[in-house]
Design a protein around this ligand. Structure first.
Ligand code: G3D
Ligand code: MG
Length: 186
């Protein structure tokens, strides 16, 4: 059973769909992470890459993931912002080895947090400090400091170090997210 199935199964959400937004700069590892979360027999999964601007949708029986790159496509921003409304959880992925673009990731995160469809909601945010296997990766504590995550007071958030290629750290993140969504549902 894949992590995705485990998440939906334990949530008891066989019927009701949960929309998860997976956000972050391009090349941070979003597609790799979502692929790892899918069950090994992925026949039931729809992968719909959108030509022209980068939105990928992954769907299982009860979870739908909408994945998009947050930078480099400003002219498309108004097209994907409407997905914010239906998102019930956010996975925000950071390339921990890309110190040059950490400031861009921080700006994109702040823009997200100040968006009218996000700002006043207690939507859980799971951060993956990804690419931990790379020599120049900074620790998840450092990523947390660089992004000033301690300033997020009105939403539950959690940061996990991950290596999406090996799949390390993803389980911890999914477990946390599951608890958060469950807390909202009950
Ligand atoms: P994106 O969807 O956020 O744009 P991708 O990012 O999932 O396409 O990943 C971008 C590149 O980073 C890919 O390499 C992918 O294999 C690599 N990557 C993703 N996660 C990790 C990780 O944890 N560690 C390492 N070392 N690499 C990772 P390519 O070479 O295909 O561009
Ligand atoms: Mg991608």
């Amino acid at each position: 059973m894949g992590l995705l199935d485990r998440l939906s199964g334990l949530l008891g959400l066989k019927k009701k769909e949960v929309h998860v937004l997976c956000l972050g700069l391009d090349n941070s590892g979003k597609t790799t992470i979502i692929n790892k979360l899918k069950p090994s027999n992925a026949q039931s999964q729809d992968i719909v890459p959108t030509i022209g601007f980068s939105i990928e949708k992954f769907k299982s029986s009860s979870l739908s993931f909408t994945v998009f790159d947050m930078s480099g496509q400003e002219r498309y921003r108004n097209l994907w912002e409407h997905y914010y409304k239906e998102g019930q959880a956010i996975i925000f992925v950071i390339d921990s080895s890309d110190s040059l673009r950490m400031v861009v990731a921080k700006e994109e995160l702040n823009t997200l947090l100040n968006h009218p469809d996000i700002k006043h909601r207690r939507i859980p945010i799971l951060f993956f400090a990804n690419k931990m296997d790379l020599r120049n990766a900074v620790t998840s504590v450092k990523v947390s400091q660089l992004l000033c995550l301690e300033n997020i007071k009105d939403k539950p958030w959690h940061i996990c170090a991950s290596d999406a290629i090996k799949g390390e750290g993803l389980q911890e993140g999914v477990d946390w997210l599951q608890d958060q969504i469950q807390a909202v549902k009950t």
